[in-house]
Design a protein around this ligand. Structure first.
Ligand code: NAD
Length: 244
């Protein structure tokens, strides 16, 4: 498929999991793709990679400038870098709340701010934010993480309203539990990884984890020209968690 032929894309958190699958899919569909990540050492052709910490505005600005210089412009921003957090309002400290909001919410704000001038110059501009079913599902032990993703959901709608008249579409995907290195780390840390995996699988009506490829396909749809009439939406890729 070549529906992204001639387009350029930037994917944050693109060295692993959902971001990596998305960057590779956009490239297979014809886009030229740059990845921004804390650790881009595993990223190679046809992707280009730039080191950036989304909690550091100067780092984001420098990496975006370098990537856009290579790409020669920007049509697609996939705001995907994010981290998890386990706990309740009692168990997570203020420092943890500030840090996870800094990565998951402000990281997207900083990256979008750095990319908007280039997106305004594009005839096919699209932003896709990686949100989560946690934004709306009320999951136990995920107060902090869910609050960040609720903010990403609201940010997506507000950005869609702010930039629709500039020709920039803004949408998000809301994945359920996705089989990525992140979930691998979570299972490794569990007392009984097999039981934890079974519990995560059972939480989704389809009875299995979502694949990174399935989320990447949803992001690529929202990023590409075939979704040209879609802005301000959240596309669930959650094995039926929210709808059933
Ligand atoms: P992952 O850990 O496999 O990949 C995340 C990537 O983000 C890594 O390459 C990491 O280096 C990068 N990153 C982390 N902090 C960064 C920072 N400060 N600056 C730059 N890069 C940074 O995780 P994943 O499962 O692919 O998750 C990607 C996104 O999907 C996240 O936003 C996450 O909240 C969301 N999500 C994941 C799941 C899931 O079950 N895996 C479900 C719903 C939503």
């Amino acid at each position: 498929m070549s529906e992204c032929e001639g387009l350029t894309a930037l994917v944050t958190g693109g060295a692993s999991g959902i971001g990596r699958a998305t960057a590779e899919l956009l490239a297979r569909r014809g886009a030229r793709v740059a990845v921004l990540d804390l650790d881009p050492s595993t990223v190679g052709e046809p992707l280009t990679a730039h080191r950036a910490d989304v909690t550091d505005d100067a780092s984001v600005r420098a990496a975006v400038a370098a990537a856009l210089g290579e790409l020669g412009g920007l049509d697609i921003l996939v705001n995907n870098a994010g981290i998890g957090a386990r706990g309740t309002v009692e168990s997570n400290s203020d420092a943890e709340w500030h840090h996870v909001f800094d990565v998951n919410v402000l990281g997207m704000v900083r990256t979008a701010r750095a990319c908007l001038p280039a997106l305004r110059a594009s005839a096919h501009a699209a932003v896709v934010n990686t949100c989560s079913v946690a934004a709306t599902a009320g999951l136990p032990q995920r107060a902090l993480y869910s609050a960040t993703k609720g903010a990403v959901h609201a940010l997506t709608l507000a950005m869609a309203a702010d930039h629709v008249h500039e020709g920039i579409r803004v949408n998000c995907v809301n994945p359920g539990t996705v089989d990525t290195p992140w979930i691998g780390r979570l299972l490794d840390a569990a007392d009984d990884p097999a039981a934890e995996r079974a519990a995560l699988e059972a939480r989704q009506p389809t009875g299995r984890l979502v694949t990174a490829a399935e989320v990447a396909a949803a992001i690529a749809y929202l990023a590409g020209p075939l979704s040209g009439a879609t802005t301000g939406t959240a596309l669930a890729v959650d094995g039926g968690m929210q709808g059933l």
